[in-house]
Design a protein around this ligand. Structure first.
Ligand SMILES: *Cc1c(COP(=O)(O)O)cnc(C)c1O
Length: 354
């Protein structure tokens, strides 16, 4: 920290991303919930074509992409906000809708970035403990005067809240925005997007990073009423009008136009998740039922930290969280069938060696 850093940021603890190893050659990467499958071949082509025009500023609007995204969900172009990863949409939404008068509330076990964005923007927040089984009690979020943020499915647990429960929360908090982070929505089958039509205070964020095999492209979006999207645009045009670059927008459009390819990959990942879950249970693990592309699991034969380290020694990266409540657990992203076989074999050997 230099002596010039504004005092506003002195106490800020930045988000810690999962490791991105420099040499990916031998590593089996199951730590940041990326898709193990490459983008559709049309995506690289579209990005390359677009690269030829990089001397021109990217369009601030990207109407075509917004329109096609809107069509998928039965919404107007004006109800779609594009962002540089959904992290940016979340940050903008916190800036736009949360404040001293409408502090943030989110679970004690959830996406680590919520706290960071709250601190970055000086917004107070309250963490509400999840149940012992990591379940969320909707009643906890139904008090007015607060801005609720709910990841559904949640991370790192993978648990889903039924959309009917989201609806109760949204209706109970009419004077505040409810932000539903559906980064893993494509793996879960249920979505709050259908509630947008009747609920002007609901904002849903989504990302191409996980189900769209585009984590490196940085493309996310938010869906909501025209008024909420207008508010997000107010922040965007005061920060970075060109937040989505040309190559990424072209890649996103090619992704949307090849939806069948991605649907099939999501189906495959969900299938691999179920076989992995069953195999982990056979090895004595406790797992949380997941509606996402990862499994949250713990073994009473070895601490999460030790298992994490031993897997790492074998070139397999999973995610371990330091906090006391989560220290027994590992979050394991679902890779290809072959990757998960290698992972399970390694776990078995590690437990045997002990
Ligand atoms: C991955 C993730 C995001 C954001 O990812 P982007 O790559 O910025 O789109 C948001 N919320 C949750 C819960 C996530 O796991």
């Amino acid at each position: 920290m230099s002596r010039y850093l504004s005092r506003r940021y002195e106490r800020l603890t930045p988000y810690t991303p999962g490791e991105q190893p420099a040499d990916m050659g031998k590593v089996i990467k199951l730590n940041t919930n990326e898709s193990p499958y490459p983008p559709h071949e049309a995506v690289a082509k579209a990005a390359a074509v677009s690269a030829a025009g990089l001397n021109i500023y990217s369009k601030p609007e990207w109407s075509e992409l917004k329109k096609e995204l809107g069509d998928i969900f039965g919404l107007e172009e004006e109800q779609v906000f594009l962002s540089n990863g959904s992290d940016e949409a979340l940050n903008f939404a916190f800036m736009a809708f949360a404040s001293d008068e409408a502090p943030l509330v989110f679970p004690d076990v959830t996406y680590g970035f919520y706290k960071v964005f709250a601190d970055l923007n000086g917004i107070p927040y309250e963490e509400i403990p999840l149940g012992a089984d990591f379940s969320l009690n909707p009643e906890d979020y139904m008090k007015p005067g607060r801005t609720a943020v709910i990841a559904n499915p949640n991370s790192p647990t993978g648990r889903c809240l039924p959309v009917s429960e989201i609806e109760r929360i949204v209706k109970a908090c009419r004077d505040n925005v409810v932000i539903v982070d559906e980064a893993y929505g494509d793996f879960c089958g249920e979505s709050a997007i259908s509630l947008i039509r009747d609920n002007e205070n609901l904002l849903v964020t989504r990302t191409f990073s996980k189900s769209g095999s585009l984590a490196g492209g940085r493309l996310g979006f938010a869906l909501g009423s025209r008024e909420l999207i207008d508010d997000l645009n107010r922040i965007k045009y005061s920060t970075n009008p060109y937040n989505v670059n040309s190559m990424t927008a072209a890649a996103g459009l090619a992704t949307v136009r090849n939806a069948d390819y991605y649907r099939e990959k999501c189906r495959k990942i969900a299938e691999t998740r179920e076989t992995t879950d069953a195999a982990l249970k056979k090895l004595g693990f406790t797992t949380v039922e997941s509606g996402a592309n990862f499994i949250f699991a713990s073994s009473d034969r070895m601490s999460g930290e030790e298992l994490y380290r031993r897997l790492r020694d074998r070139g397999i990266l999973v995610r371990h969280f330091d906090s006391e409540r989560l220290s027994d657990y590992l979050r394991i992203s679902i890779g290809t069938e072959e990757q998960m076989e290698a992972f399970l074999n390694a776990v078995e050997k590690i437990l045997e060696e002990k």
